[in-house]
Design a protein around this ligand. Structure first.
Ligand code: SAM
Length: 339
């Protein structure tokens, strides 16, 4: 018997069916990326046998994978020769300036963890401890830090355009990860110096990345555990990006107060993250991101940008602004000035 909506029209179950198999699409991409398919196909078109040999896979199985990748617009085929699609060449071929393969490797590392969503709900505990990808497991730490760098190269360029740091000279980048945001801002503002504060294993990799962006003269790193150590003082910018989603409201409010104390009068606090709308029920990506953070960090969550504006106001910041990044970027930024 068909089900009817309030409008009287028959209800279509397709959205539910599509959601129930969405992991097929994800696993096809993650596996092709992990096995090196896009690197293999980036410079020349290859036959099925050449690809099967290159991936060390069975030809019949490999054909099924390639057909699925064609349907997902990741691979193209002509006269029996397979190549990267325009999309995968731009974003998945190693060496491309817009390469996202490391970020996708980090999503791959999370696949098993998402399978434990029920355990996380029942125990209230993350299913992949944060220490695993911020130091304990060397390979996962590299995927995490380089993944952040891949993303920040795109997102950070938008942030640089949204902010005006003219005349500002000393910034701290709290939980600055790969140092990409600091480097992009220092490239835009030639008088700006920044110190990236993060855990020891992360800043070690950040040094490599900052060096590769040729910014090591003005972007320094310093190992610092933000839960237990003070922020350096005397700054005219504090950037806190991608950190609030790992912390409770109380800790975030504490960071805002500590940022205020680390700023000179007139200094700017910039808080960038994935935030929800005020009612916490959208946008869709932000709500799912909250689950992802619950699975991967002790206090992982997602906050509303409207709440952050209030916290900053109560901590003595003025000239407050709230901006959304252009779609498809799910990021938002809140910034204001110490009164
Ligand atoms: C999602 S990343 C954001 C990185 C960067 N700011 C960005 O937006 O791309 C969160 C960062 O917080 C760092 N972090 C987590 N716990 C920390 C702690 N206790 N002290 C300092 N940094 C920490 C992580 O290592 C990671 O680099």
């Amino acid at each position: 018997m068909s089900q009817q909506a309030h409008s009287g029209k028959p209800l279509d179950p397709s959205p539910i069916l599509a959601l129930s198999t969405a992991y097929w699409d994800a696993q096809t991409l993650l596996t092709a990326n992990r096995m090196g398919l896009f690197g293999l196909l980036s410079s020349e078109a290859l036959t099925l046998q050449q690809i099967a040999d290159g991936l060390n896979s069975q030809p019949q199985a490999c054909r099924l994978l390639l057909n699925a990748c064609i349907a997902l617009q990741l691979v193209s085929e002509q006269d029996g020769l397979y190549a990267c699609s325009e999309l995968s060449r731009a974003f998945l071929a190693p060496g491309s300036p817009a390469y996202l393969g490391d970020a996708i490797r980090y999503s791959d590392d999370l696949y098993q963890t998402w399978g434990k969503l029920q355990q996380a709900l029942e125990t209230g505990q993350p299913q992949m401890p944060a220490q695993q990808y911020t130091g304990e497991n060397e390979q996962q730490t590299r995927h995490f830090v380089y993944g952040m760098h891949n993303r920040a190269l795109g997102v950070g360029r938008v942030l640089v355009d949204l902010l005006n740091l003219e005349g500002r000279r000393q910034m701290i980048d709290v939980g600055g990860g790969p140092g990409t945001y600091s480097s992009l801002l220092a490239q835009r503002y030639p008088k700006l110096h920044s110190t990236v504060l993060d855990l020891p294993s992360v800043v070690e990799i950040a040094d490599e990345i900052i060096d590769s962006m040729k910014m090591s003269e003005r972007v320094k790193t310093r190992p610092l555990d933000y839960h237990h150590e003070d922020f350096p003082t005397g700054n005219d910018v504090v950037l806190i990006s991608g950190v609030f989603h790992r912390e409770t409201e109380e800790t975030c409010r504490g960071f805002i107060e500590r940022a205020r104390d680390a700023l000179e009068p007139g200094g700017m606090l910039v808080i960038s993250d994935i935030f929800t709308d005020a009612n916490s029920q959208g946008p869709r990506f932000a709500t799912l991101f909250g689950l992802n953070m619950m699975l991967t960090a002790e206090q992982g969550t997602v906050h509303a940008d409207a709440a952050v504006v209030n916290w900053m106001e109560q901590a003595g910041f003025g000239q407050l602004h709230r901006r959304e990044f252009p779609p498809p970027m799910p990021h938002r930024v809140v910034y204001g000035v110490k009164q």
